[in-house]
Design a protein around this ligand. Structure first.
Ligand code: C5P
Length: 240
């Protein structure tokens, strides 16, 4: 896989026209576009279909976190929508993850369609150890918690996790190279962290072994997004 195929561009906008404009503008360099809460809440499934109609893949980043039955049904709906990947919070627990996976496997077999990649979110990249301890009551350290949730996701049959680039080596070392890692919180050294706390540069994350990296404001929030993307493509070229 070339380095460019590992890039996922986050379409963190509300209007469909702006989202599709980004797809058309960067489609030459990017194959996977991420539809998250903002865009999906505003536009729903039609925007996903329009991106797919342009020959692009969609990462549906809705981070399902609910009771197992609801997560399983939402997973089947994501599979019916034909997305390339979607995610569930690992903190929803093993039953929710397992049932999400079982639903997409059953649906894809029945419909004879490719199965979406199912990922678990470990700890949001906007959170650090301090937040885990003082707000969420998790005392055993951030890296331990990420490792624990990633192991639970693997045991529950998921394909991989969403985690910070800073945790890629640890997770791959612990769970093996085939367990996928999608890393958001990506920032070239020149870009501000914004609300992200566990950041890494695109090249560092890929060098560590991330299978995909999510780029949002480091491209779309820049004065010259084309130039920002071009620089990222140059930086990651050796990691294809
Ligand atoms: O603009 P930025 O590159 O920070 O955007 C990161 C994107 O990845 C956002 O759409 C955010 O919702 C998403 N994301 C994240 N951390 C996770 C999972 C998804 O930042 N753990």
């Amino acid at each position: 896989m070339s380095a460019k195929q590992k890039l996922i561009l986050a379409l963190d906008v509300e209007e469909k026209s702006r989202a599709l404009e980004l797809v058309d503008r960067f489609g030459e360099h990017i194959d996977i576009f991420k539809v998250g809460l903002e865009l999906f809440t505003a536009q729903g499934p039609p925007v996903v279909r329009e991106i797919q109609d342009r020959g692009k893949k969609v990462f549906l980043d809705l981070k399902f976190h609910d009771i197992p039955n609801t997560v399983a049904k939402a997973a089947r709906t994501a599979a019916r929508l034909g997305v390339f990947m979607f995610n569930v919070h690992a903190s929803a627990g093993s039953e929710a993850m397992r049932r999400a996976r079982d639903e997409v496997v059953a649906f894809s077999l029945k419909e004879d369609r490719p199965r979406p990649i199912v990922l678990a979110v470990t700890v949001l990249t906007s959170q650090n150890e301090e937040v885990l301890k003082t707000e969420l009551g998790i005392q055993h350290g951030l890296r331990t918690h990420v490792k624990y949730l990633a192991s639970l996701a693997k045991q529950s049959g998921l394909d991989g996790v969403v985690a910070s680039g800073q945790e890629v080596l640890m997770i791959k070392g612990h769970l093996g190279g085939k367990f996928l890692i999608v890393a958001p919180g990506i920032r070239p050294s020149t870009a501000p962290p914004d609300d992200q706390k566990r950041t890494m540069s695109p090249a560092e994350a890929l060098r560590a072994g991330a299978d995909f990296i999510v780029i949002g404001r480091a491209v779309t929030g820049q004065a010259d997004p084309e130039k920002a993307l071009e620089q990222i493509c140059l930086d990651i070229a050796p990691y294809g």
